[in-house]
Design a protein around this ligand. Structure first.
Ligand SMILES: N[C@@H](CCC(=O)N[C@@H](CS)C(=O)NCC(=O)O)C(=O)O
Length: 212
């Protein structure tokens, strides 16, 4: 049994979306981030970093969005959301999962939590750095998507697409949203047609971005 601790539109969205796509039973626990529910002692026992998501699997809590996507994909191999070890596509799969988790996602944290990285009063400088890095990252991704494949690994979606699409969504109110790049724009338009992505927006009460 799965229990996902989440907040609407946060990093938990990719995991919630994948649970829906997998069609497995799960429970949700919504956290109010503005009320700092993620910093309460009871939650810190599950996730000592005090962030969402946390996914409890058979009573044991696990964290880190990209790891959770990889774990879920591995636990449900019949859905083919991750190439198995030894598969020719495995290297590219790992590369892009780590690119988004390790290179791109932290720059969004810098954008949304500028004071955390640069100290109070330096938020604007941190955001300017973050913006430049996020835009450079989307330019690189645009180049990758300029080939003819529909998804990151080819003709079928994988865990990479769940992470990449969520990160593209996060740029929606930035000066240059990810969809501004032509190949990313075409990719995002394709992803937005995925019924499970539309469904997770409904379930989290999110109206922005998905219908645009
Ligand atoms: N590396 C973590 C980052 C998670 C994260 O930063 N989550 C944000 C929401 S998108 C959060 O919980 N923010 C509340 C806080 O930091 O207090 C992951 O990928 O799961």
């Amino acid at each position: 049994m799965y229990t996902l601790y989440y907040a609407p539109g946060a990093a938990s969205l990719a995991v919630h979306w994948m649970l829906i796509e997998l069609g497995v039973p799960f429970e949700l626990v919504k956290l109010d981030l503005d009320a700092k529910a993620q910093k309460q002692p009871s939650y810190l026992k599950l996730n000592p970093s005090g962030v969402v998501p946390t996914l409890v699997i058979d009573g044991k809590p696990y964290a880190e969005t990209a790891a959770l996507l990889m774990l879920l994909a591995e636990r449900h191999p019949e859905k083919h959301l991750a190439p198995a070890p030894g598969d020719a596509a495995r290297g590219e799969f790992l590369q892009w999962m780590f690119y988004f988790a390790n290179t791109m996602q932290p720059t969004y944290r810098l954008w949304f939590y500028g004071d955390e990285a640069a100290g109070p009063g330096n938020e604007e400088a941190a955001k300017a750095q973050a913006r430049a890095r996020i835009e450079a990252a989307w330019a690189l991704v645009d180049d990758k998507l300029s080939g003819r494949q529909k998804y990151f690994l080819g003709e079928k979606p994988s865990a990479v697409d769940f992470l990449a699409t969520m990160l593209a969504r996060w740029s929606r109110n930035m000066p240059k949203p990810a969809q501004t790049w032509p190949h990313v724009g075409a990719y995002v338009a394709r992803m937005k047609k995925m019924p499970s992505l539309i469904e997770v927006h409904k379930r989290e009460g999110l109206t922005e971005w998905i219908g645009q």
